[in-house]
Design a protein around this ligand. Sequence first.
Ligand code: AMP
Ligand code: MG
Length: 511
Amino acid sequence: MRLNFDNRFTRELPGDPLDDSRSREVRDVLWSKVTPTPVSAPRLLVHSPSVAAAVGFDVDDIASPAFAQVFAGNALIDGMQPHATRYGGHQFGHWAGQLGDGRAISLGEVVGADGHRHELQLKGAGRTPYSRHADGRAVLRSSLREFVCSEAMHALGVPTTRALSLVATGDLVMRDMFYDGHPAHEPGAVVCRVAPSFLRFGHYEILAATDETALLDRLIEFTLARDFPHVDGSREQRRAQWFRKICERSAELAAHWMRIGFVHGVLNTDNMSVLGLSIDYGPYGFVEDYDPAFTPNTTDAQGRRYAYGRQPAVVHWNLARLGSALLSQVDESDLQAGLDRYAAHYQTSARAMTAAKFGFDVLDDGDLALVQDAYELLAASSIDYTLFFRTLAGTTIPDDFAAHAYEPKKFADAQPLLTSWLDRYAHRIRETDAATRRARMDAANPLYLPRNWLCQEAIEAAERGDLAPLHRLLDATAEPYRERAGFGHQAGKRPDWARDKAGCSMLSCSS
Ligand code: AMP
Ligand code: MG
């Protein structure tokens, strides 16, 4: 097993002189050397063939017992330099101080055959100086969810970190799933995540919070050189452009989340990537009965700060926190221009995506009422968000939507609304070629999503040693826009049993 490592982060940026994984506050450096803590019986459950190929593994590498050992943290390949990085963050609106990679261990940066850079990062491989009081581990339940969603998001066309592997550790991990005083042992696992960069807003914020201005300057220059190589001009221009790009990418990301009904669940600034990737899959979910106030995260059930409909505003708030952290480094007017750009770019992106969802070539101002009324109709009728759009691509007959409603009474009461809305819609599309419209809609509206209840089925089976439901879910979500025979279960609306079940409608941050 040989990979082409080029570890720029650890080579070019200062690291912790202490070589000790005890929890502590780390200053004046960006990373700490760590060693993954071995596990007892690593077993590869699934891997992503496309990520493996991009990184440079062949079929024999993956089949070898060494692969599971390496991606459980029990062994290293030549060139790996395991380390944990230092970052802070705003959590639920408040500055939380030093957080850092408490259970993520980066192994290094691989340059793939295509020239792309792939940082490999284990999640759940043991304690680091940033673990605080926690154990540095992850359970199978949350690791499987992260693996599945990373790969699904990629297939959905949503910028995301990827996942190379999911390895069961053979060890048990103690978790209090609902923070209600009932801790229990659960099987442990390690995911290897892959991204061009795992830099988060919090990496910059911590340096501003501690007045480490020279190091902040260095980190920005590093980020520009490694992760934004096409940005050029004077120092001032490069930094202005850089912040603007972060704002634009974040706007596109938020628009995609809204398009597919994704709720991240924990949009703290330490969970925001400077590359505009979806990162840190925890208590995420997909909107089913349409409700902008929906959040699957029970930890946020009171405030609903990170509810579905609030995401575009929260991303803007997070960008403003990043902007504040950059005040010593980027001209204030450029920061403001970036934030303004976010709002404009979100509007443009969301509008284009909404047009495609409804099958229009562009969304005219005259369409806004029709679109707004559709969302009200969805809320009133309890029709599944995802299945509404897939169905609308093929029919404007009200009865064809009945099977996709969660509450028959609500659907019946909303029948007049539905009928009149479908009439207006039919009128709007009367001059659009049906095949063109359908193709446009089916490319914007996914059919197969890693809905929480599907993940839960895969988790419960995997915990019993049956990986078949996980493989079915991965197969379905690998091509989320193309309907295929045999995947009716994965295309279905949420079954009744999942409505109020833990892990399906309610998830906590415990992972
Ligand atoms: P999250 O809510 O998963 O984004 O994590 C927030 C912070 O808590 C990050 O600094 C994580 O590294 C840390 N953290 C979460 N779970 C653990 C764990 N089991 N062990 C150590 N650190 C953790
Ligand atoms: Mg996080």
